[in-house]
Design a binder for this molecule. Structure first.
Ligand SMILES: CC(C)(COP(=O)(O)OP(=O)(O)OC[C@H]1O[C@@H](n2cnc3c(N)ncnc32)[C@H](O)[C@@H]1O)[C@@H](O)C(=O)NCCC(=O)NCCS
Ligand SMILES: Nc1ncnc2c1ncn2[C@@H]1O[C@H](COP(=O)(O)OP(=O)(O)OP(=O)(O)O)[C@@H](O)[C@H]1O
Length: 196
């Protein structure tokens, strides 16, 4: 079985960017957010079970994210009900990817890796992180992001300090060059440890 490296980090910490460095190094990368997008798209496996509970959340055969957000905002229990539908489907997608992978190391980009306990399915974890002020500046630079939205998302994620305590490896995403070099060094380290 390939070595499974779980990549995580809070919003805006640089998961997608760091996943790109692994992909550029030739490692297969599975992306949890992309899996959810596939499941929500027309023909995706989450459409029918979500329509059965919230018919107003499905438009033109696909799950409509703004509609889901309206439902979540109005009902404190909705997010966990959505998760109960979506997370088993995501787990199946991830298992299919792993079964087909032929590389020595595969990377799983999972925003909620520690929150949902998925780290038990990994051989090691990599946390990407940055100072809180930099994280905030990155997220607030995004279109339509408000301070209240940022605070809500942060409140649903495990604090960075707790993630640091759990992670096997940590990379600070301060510059592209430095983070890219850290990824190269980490891949070499894992290969050396595996072959030792
Ligand atoms: C709430 C939804 C509709 C918001 O969609 P939208 O496109 O606006 O935002 P996006 O998916 O990029 O998420 C925004 C931020 O919220 C975080 N987030 C998303 N889902 C969750 C969750 N279940 N718990 C905590 N944080 C979450 C993301 O990591 C990200 O930082 C969508 O995220 C969703 O359907 N979530 C439930 C499924 C899920 O758990 N996805 C997480 C990956 S397995
Ligand atoms: N190593 C780095 N050096 C400089 N800037 C970076 C680095 N990594 C990420 N960034 C910047 O930080 C921002 C967030 O990066 P990215 O989208 O990769 O984060 P993310 O953790 O995937 O975000 P989200 O949780 O919202 O999906 C982007 O503007 C990106 O250009």
């Amino acid at each position: 079985m390939p070595y499974r490296l779980g990549l995580t980090g809070s919003i805006g910490m640089g998961k997608s960017t760091t996943a790109g460095f692994f992909a550029a190094a030739g490692l297969p990368v599975w992306d949890a957010d992309a899996a959810v997008h596939r499941l929500y798209a027309r023909g995706g496996a989450a459409v029918a079970p979500i329509a059965a509970v919230w018919p107003q959340a499905v438009m033109d055969g696909a799950v409509d994210r703004p509609a889901l957000k309206t439902i979540i905002a109005a009902d404190d229990t909705a997010l966990s009900s959505i998760e109960a539908i979506v997370h088993p489907l995501v787990a199946t997608d991830r298992a299919d990817f792993l079964a087909k992978a032929s590389a020595d190391i595969v990377v799983f980009d999972i925003p909620l890796l520690f929150e949902k306990g998925t780290e038990v399915e990994m051989d090691a974890t990599l946390l990407v992180t940055a100072p809180a002020a930099l994280q905030r500046a990155r997220v607030m630079a995004r279109d339509g992001m408000t301070d209240a939205q940022f605070q809500t998302i942060l409140s649903r994620q495990m604090p960075d300090v707790e993630k640091r305590a759990r992670a096997t490896h940590i990379i600070e995403t301060l510059s592209m060059d430095a983070a890219g070099a850290c990824v190269t060094a980490l891949v070499a380290y894992i290969r050396k440890a595996r072959n030792a």
